[in-house]
Write a protein that binds this ligand. Sequence first.
Ligand code: ADP
Ligand code: MG
Length: 676
Amino acid sequence: MKIIQHLAYRITNAVHEAEDIGQLYRTIQAELSEFLATENFFIALYDRGTDTISLPYFVDSVDQNEFHVFPAGKTMTAYVIKRNEPLLITREEADVMIASGEVEMIGTPSQVWLGVPLRVNDEVTGVLVVQSYTDSEEFGESDLELLTFVSDQVGLAIERKRAMEELQKQREELQTILDSVPALISYKDLGGRYLRVNRALADATGIPQKRWVGRTAFEVSPDLAARYHEDDEEVIRTGRPKRAIVEPFKTATGDGWLMTDKIPYLDGDGNHAGVISLAIDITDRIRVEQELLNKEEELRQSQKMEAVGRLAGGIAHDFNNLLTAVSGYTQLMLCRLEQDDPNRAHLKQIEDAAERGASLTQQLLAFSRKQPVQLQALQLNDRVANMHDLLKHLIGEDVELVTDLDPKLQTINADPSLLEQVMLNLVVNARDAIPGGGTVTVKTRNVVINGEASRMSLEAREGEFVCLSVQDTGVGMHKATLDHVFEPFFTTKEKGRGTGLGLSVVYGNVQRHGGWIEVDSEPGKGAVFSVYLPVAECESKKQEKDASVSRDLFGHSERILVVEDEDVVRDFACKALRDTGYDVFDVGSAEEGLEAYKRESGDFDAVFSDVVLPGKSGVQLADELLSLDPELRILLSSGYTDEKSQRTRISEKGLRFLQKPYSLADLLGTMREVLE
Ligand code: ADP
Ligand code: MG
């Protein structure tokens, strides 16, 4: 008996030792084979729902297992199941039952058949069968007793293993489903320990699934845990889901944003068991939205600047005329008054005020781009070096001026006086922002802007640029200030100290060079203003080198028709061309030009015309002349830089253009190119 009890114990234990249910069946057979013959051995399982029998384990010396699942019907196995009693039966006894129709035989008939029901909680779950095809004495009552004794252990062992496998399968299925969902899913128990996270979450955070399970957010993501915990607590406390929480998280590559739903996790009995989180990674979406917002803001800003610029330009023009009258008449009166006249001092005050007004309008005009730029190829580093002493003097003793100049800096096309204004204004502002001691750093460097970077700022373009930055360690700016710094008359300085024009002039100047300005600042963290100026094209570098007029550029008595309404300019152009060997014919308007051309029967080698003329424009004149002689060489010239549309029309027609004001070398060089 003791030995049999040990057998029962070993079968029970096999549940935990067997890797899978197949191995459990094999172990059961092996254990039993120590007590009885098991060369013909099978385990049948009964499915009450479908009234079918399956044979998950079948070892037989005669039959193959062809009966995986079959209707219970009147098989011997079904007989045992339905009566819930062991059965030991010889071939003869079986034949009687078959003859009476009580059972039907499937498979090869055996000499003796022994089956015991397997039970779980008094319910029959299957049958364990041994049989012999050769010896009807093979099994007897003692074998029946032995099998009956261990049948409960066998039934339970099989049931348990099956349940374990089923559970395992469900767990794996659940994980597979969770892992194929692109959302970030996790759930935690009431203590905040992660029970499970899905692959999307592990991938997004770069933390493997294994490292989450059993840990709390405080262990996995300490910086952000407090925030997550607060929401978890709320969901547990209220028992209600919390939707669309936008929260930060650490992605595998940096900082990101999630949109999360937190839902109470209820166990099978409906009790609170924890919190389920379902999140989507909205980092990209937020970035795009932010970029869009920035762009809109910048667009609004630049439109406003445009409008204000036009307005300021208009006012400055009229104002300048008034100031001319004020100071002119003041000077006339000063001439008439005696040296000791008491009114002289008053008039001097008026004259001073008018002068200050004039310099103000000068700034306004500069900002509104009405002053022509005088571009020349230059080295920005030289300009910074030239201004160094002046700037140092300006910022005083408490503030250190540091220059950090890139020795390989590229050449730019710029107007030196406008550049000086830019540097002066930026450095003075930097000084004003530093109340005690501090540092102002003027830096130059080459930058190449690619497509990606050019999208970061509205005004940025692709290409090669020289960047001039002025950085200070001063008080910095709030967003509210940053939004307005480039507006004319915007100042945070006390009356009399700030005009609010400095940065608007800088802005205008930089734009007129085809560049742009960026500012980066936070309260208490100083400010950096970065000016981007396009690198000069090779052609202009060449021009700079042979600025002196070589004899190669001289004319050979070519006949040139000059059309220019401005006397001083026309006189200069004519004198320059005549002195260098050209035959010049000059007029003051397009109409006169056309007349002269016809009168001389088109006997001109080239026409050199201003674009902005009274009546017909230079472009119209060119059109009409070309219709008379499509081969005619034409050179157009203008001083207004903002007449961009004309410029493009001119280059579309394939006409040459000379920017005013031009030097003698510019004029002769371009004229030679036109003629050749
Ligand atoms: P102003 O200097 O006459 O006030 P600006 O146009 O030069 O006019 O500057 C406008 C405003 O921008 C200043 O009043 C100041 O508030 C802010 N600002 C400019 N530069 C700096 C800087 N480097 N640091 C902090 N604030 C600055
Ligand atoms: Mg200023």
